[in-house]
Write a protein that binds this ligand. Structure first.
Ligand SMILES: *Cc1c(COP(=O)(O)O)cnc(C)c1O
Length: 395
């Protein structure tokens, strides 16, 4: 089967809800991918931040194989060891919260919103979320996603959501009332263009939630599990949230999501209130345990900070050369390159030269290599980007 055959099969049998690039990927290892034609790709956007410690990390692969031979799936009628161990590891690395497990980012957001409503008094039902945020595609998650393009054709959205401009403290004060159950934002908006919350904004959310008895939710689906150089994005601030959501990098490539809540709040999810058939299955949990162990054994949080600084320095040299680059922002290995023009053509030219990056919000290149990235790989990536930008017009 060649690339054209596979694409033809998709055209006939797979729903066309993704704009796919015409490559069939057959293998991944570390920071590299290979396609069906044997072409190698340096991956600086691995799995949309899912492969946070690289593709097919040996420890994760080993853990999955071992667990698959023991107990592949077990429902939540019973207890299982990996789910308990993973919850403990996560709790110890965040704020001592308790975990609910699911299978994706959107589901972790759903769990957080349902818990916040269930925990709140009846008159508290509103959710405040931020413009340009991204929280997933299920109905509540996409309603929380305050970007009209994701609502188009699906109206009406769920009632009870209020949208405010991100990082706007006055707007937050104005939107608050005794009816608010929760505020949910990303510590750094990912899909929204790699924009970080200001420390004052975070503090204001905390203060207003405390004052009005509302729940502070941080969506850490993209920022969580080391992406920014700390376990969670909120740990760059002097603020502790009540609930965090996570998914993407958690399973090192295995599908898993989690919602962690302060124990007093978590207590509201009593038996019968929420559930997930696959949630917390031993296979996914074993993979996630291996991810956490791999990050600690190889000091990958430190590497993320070091490589993030290195990458930003290298990218700054490109900024000097090309006026099309307005500025570079981000934290750790979550890096956005703000362009003055659309970036889609740059992404596709980079891919032709064997480099994968991403473009979001039309004019922001996203550069999010794995935590095991090396200076040599970053050099190579920046050299390719340099070459592409050097080609100049038409871009
Ligand atoms: C990707 C993402 C989601 C959605 O995750 P899915 O696994 O695609 O449902 C939610 N929130 C944030 C911040 C994300 O980056």
């Amino acid at each position: 089967m060649n690339t054209q055959d596979v694409i033809a099969m998709f055209d006939e049998y797979v729903i066309g809800n993704y704009g796919r690039l015409p490559r069939v990927i057959t293998k991944g290892q570390g920071n590299r991918l290979w396609d069906l034609d044997g072409k190698e790709i340096l991956d600086m956007f691995p799995g949309w931040a899912v492969s946070g410690i690289g593709h097919c990390h040996p420890k994760v692969v080993q853990a999955i194989c071992a667990q698959a031979g023991e107990l592949l799936h077990m429902d939540n009628t019973f207890y299982n060891v990996p789910q308990g161990r993973l919850a403990k590891l996560l709790s110890e690395r965040a704020f001592g919260g308790k975990c609910f497990f699911c299978n994706s980012g959107a589901e972790s957001v759903e769990a957080a919103l349902k818990l916040a409503r269930r925990h709140s008094a009846k008159e508290k039902y509103k959710f405040i979320t931020a413009e340009r945020g991204f929280h997933g595609r299920t109905f509540a998650a996409v309603t929380a996603t305050a970007q009209p393009k994701y609502h188009d054709g699906f109206l009406p959205m769920l009632p009870g959501f209020v949208y405010v401009p991100y990082n706007d403290i006055d707007a937050l004060h104005e939107a608050f009332s005794e009816e608010v159950a929760a505020v949910m934002i990303e510590p750094i908006q990912g899909e929204g263009g790699v924009r970080a919350a200001s420390p004052e904004y975070m503090q204001t959310i905390r203060d207003l939630c405390d004052e009005h008895g509302a729940v502070m939710i941080l969506d850490e689906v993209q920022t969580g599990l080391g992406r920014t150089g700390r376990w969670f994005g909120y740990q760059h601030y002097d603020v502790t949230p009540d609930i965090i959501t996570m998914a993407k990098a958690l399973g090192g490539g295995a599908a898993i999501g989690a919602m962690m809540a302060r124990p007093e709040i978590a207590a509201s999810l009593v038996p019968g209130t929420h559930a997930s058939t696959f949630g917390g299955n031993p296979l996914a949990c074993a993979a996630a345990i291996a991810v956490i162990e791999a990050i600690e054994e190889a000091h990958l949080l430190d590497n993320t900070i070091k490589m993030g600084d290195y990458a930003r320095q290298k990218l700054e040299t490109l900024k000097e050369k090309y006026p099309i680059i307005d500025h570079i922002r981000g934290q750790g290995l979550m890096i956005g390159i703000q362009l003055t023009t659309p970036g889609a053509e740059i992404v596709s030219r980079c891919l032709d030269k064997g480099l994968r990056i991403n473009c979001t919000q039309e004019t922001v290149l996203r550069f999010m290599p794995s935590m095991i990235v090396t200076p040599e790989e970053l050099d190579q990536a920046v050299a390719i980007l340099d070459e592409v930008l050097g080609q100049g017009e038409p871009l």
